[in-house]
Design a protein around this ligand. Sequence first.
Ligand code: NDP
Length: 284
Amino acid sequence: MTNIINGKEIAARVREELKEEIRSLKEKRGVVPGLSVILVGNNPASKVYVRNKGKASEEVGINSAQYDLPEHTTENELLKLVDKLNKANDVSGILVQLPLPVHIDEEKVLEAILPAKDVDGFHPYNVGRLMIGAPTLQPCTPYGVMRLLDSTGVDLSGKNAVVVGRSNIVGKPMAMMLLKRNATVTICHSRTKDLVEKIRSAEVLVAAIGRAKFVKGDWVREGAIVIDVGMNKDENGKLCGDVDFEKAAEKASFITPVPGGVGPMTIAMLLKNTVEAARKTAGL
Ligand code: NDP
């Protein structure tokens, strides 16, 4: 029987746990986690993401601040703001919403964020720590996927895990997290040969490709755990994942739906990172 992994429910649980933790941090230690989100320009999708992040923060008791900067903001102006927030004691986490306008060097800005406040987990220092298996702030989407995998109760040790996608925000950190749990990890991408065979070998499959229903049901190994990170529109304009859910669900032991799988976890883990950053800064 296939189990549908309910990301909405698990994310709600994470937020409830955080609410409790924040309440206790405030009462017992006088620590109030603070998240500053910077948005440059008018990208409509980014505006929605930023608004949702602010709302979710407030709901669990995180102090949130939003900085809306105009499209023509210079790199220097943005770096100055990041520097100011780096130095602010009431700011535990800083998030610069991507993509940035083309005249701003994204890498330079991300590297300017203090690693201890890098709640997206994109700073090379944190990426390096993830690579060596040291505790660190971890990129939110794969961090959320690990939580979903944990909810299955399946031990990942020794499992064949296949990650399709090698982006810096999903595929690569995902592979590192699975490796840390002793899975045998294969990373696939657009140049991978015999992709279908590799996917068929997966006891744990993570699809982070960005192509609607790319992974067909008969590519899925019997009993596999299937995690679908993809967020795409199907031929009718409806939100769908990278996996043909209906067919894949006939083979998988556990599978995430889209929507309602990985999506809700990303913001929940951002909040978790903010609380972790606040704890660390307070020496707790
Ligand atoms: P990117 O476009 O950065 O990366 C996509 C990856 O898929 C690349 O590594 C690419 O390979 C690989 N790929 C593309 N086509 C193929 C193919 N035909 N065969 C094998 N591999 C292929 O995307 P992201 O990692 O940022 O995101 C992936 C998906 O996850 C998107 O749908 C995105 O919207 C979604 N997403 C969802 C989030 C959530 O919160 N639920 C958060 C972040 C992303 P190559 O490197 O060779 O080009």
